[in-house]
Write a new protein. Structure first.
Length: 393
């Protein structure tokens, strides 16, 4: 196990009906907040009314930043920053999925940035030195943004979807009420499960430290629990315990716990998917699903078949004594079949992406690769991966 530092300052308030305590947990932190939410689901489901009623109860006023879309936009972040500055906002509240939470984080950081523009933080030109307090009320189990210091935003003018992170944008409080996810449609429920599992697979496969049995076993357990909860939610969207397990599993998948001690690592599948969703505006989880089987096949063929096989042994019960290459192939095939079983794509063809699009995706991905310092993933390497992802048989 490699040396590490682990610190997570987020207060989690979890359980049925906890959305009604939102104002209580903001009280004393802020008296005027920017309330961020999406296009219509938070209003239609009644979630927004519950949050605002709780804010009213504690004398907290708000200004709205609405119509935040999936694959959140830099222009919306800048709109939020202007609202926050103009109205002397003291905290930012996100009611929605990862896109809303990431927008809230970017607004919170951009409002107090001392020089430059918030996008400079995503380009790696400057660091986030402070931020307004962020409070999240997630309505989708997927991104884990409710318990980490990362955010992803799309510059729609340049078709760039980039990530940034800072200890300053960890939420102060996150209200996790599984009932708020009852109304999530089947496709986005499945995409959320895939996103959470990918958050676990990236450090598992890409960590540089060779001996991490504690992290590996946590990863196996969370993958199995998230996959099971996803299937249960699809079978019965109103199964509270299934929704609760999916929500908490997705939170734990990217709160920093499973990547501790795995050594230097990066998230290449997310890197490539960010380019896909920036160019084609596909749902993030769908893009990850379309990439994962092909990427895993490429990873196994690049000298890591034993690591892929190890996942299959512990997740799918593949015989440990078998040939590593054959076991790796069986692992990828079973994972691809599972994606199909929950209604997700498992190749790029399913997203109407063709071979003609590969060059643009690969070139786009080089921007994030350069910022992250990922030298192993050249244009040629990404092109090879995309070719394997184009059609899964």
């Amino acid at each position: 196990m490699d040396a590490f530092e682990f610190h997570n300052p987020v207060k989690i308030v979890f359980g049925r009906g906890k959305v009604n305590s939102t104002g209580k947990h903001i009280n004393g932190m802020a008296k005027k907040v920017l309330l961020c939410f999406g296009k219509s689901s938070a209003k239609k489901s009644g979630t927004l009314e519950k949050v605002t009623s709780s804010l009213n109860e504690h004398g907290i006023s708000w200004i709205e930043l609405s119509d935040i879309k999936s694959n959140p936009l830099l222009s919306k972040v800048r709109e939020g920053i202007e609202l926050a500055e103009t109205n002397s906002i003291e905290a930012v509240v996100a009611v929605g999925g990862g896109s809303v939470m990431d927008t809230a984080k970017a607004v919170a950081a951009g409002t107090v940035i001392k020089r430059g523009d918030i996008w400079d933080c995503f380009l790696g030109k400057t660091e986030i030195a402070s931020a307004l307090p962020v409070i999240t009320v997630p309505t989708l189990a997927a991104s884990g943004s409710e318990m980490n210091g990362f955010m992803v935003i799309t510059d729609e003018e340049n078709n760039l979807k980039l990530a940034a992170g800072s200890p300053h944008v960890y939420p102060a409080v996150s209200i996790l009420d599984p009932e708020l996810t009852f109304s999530v449609p089947a496709d986005y429920t499945a995409y959320g499960g895939v996103d959470a599992i990918c958050h676990l697979l990236e450090p598992f496969f890409n960590g540089s430290w060779p001996d991490t049995p504690v992290q590996d076993r946590i990863t196996y357990g969370l993958i199995r629990a998230i996959a099971d909860a996803t299937e249960r939610c699809l079978a019965n969207p109103y199964d509270y315990n299934a929704r609760a397990n999916l929500m908490w599993g997705a939170t734990l998948a990217l709160n920093g716990l499973t990547k501790t001690g795995v050594g230097e690592h990066f998230f290449p599948v997310h890197m490539i998917e960010h380019s896909i969703s920036a160019i084609f505006d596909v749902p993030h989880g769908a893009g990850l699903a379309a990439l994962l089987p092909g990427w895993m096949e490429w990873f196994a063929s690049s000298g890591h078949d034993s690591r892929v096989a190890e996942l299959g042994v512990n997740i799918y019960g593949i015989a440990k004594e078998g040939n590593a290459a054959e076991n790796a192939w069986s692992t990828v095939k079973q994972f691809a079949n599972w994606l199909t079983s929950i209604g997700c794509p498992n190749d790029l063809k399913s997203l109407s992406i063709t071979e003609k699009d590969h060059a643009a995706i690969s070139e786009n991905a080089m921007v994030q690769a350069g910022i992250w310092g990922i030298q192993e993933y050249s244009v040629d390497v990404v092109m090879d991966i995309l070719a394997r992802c184009q059609r899964w048989d």
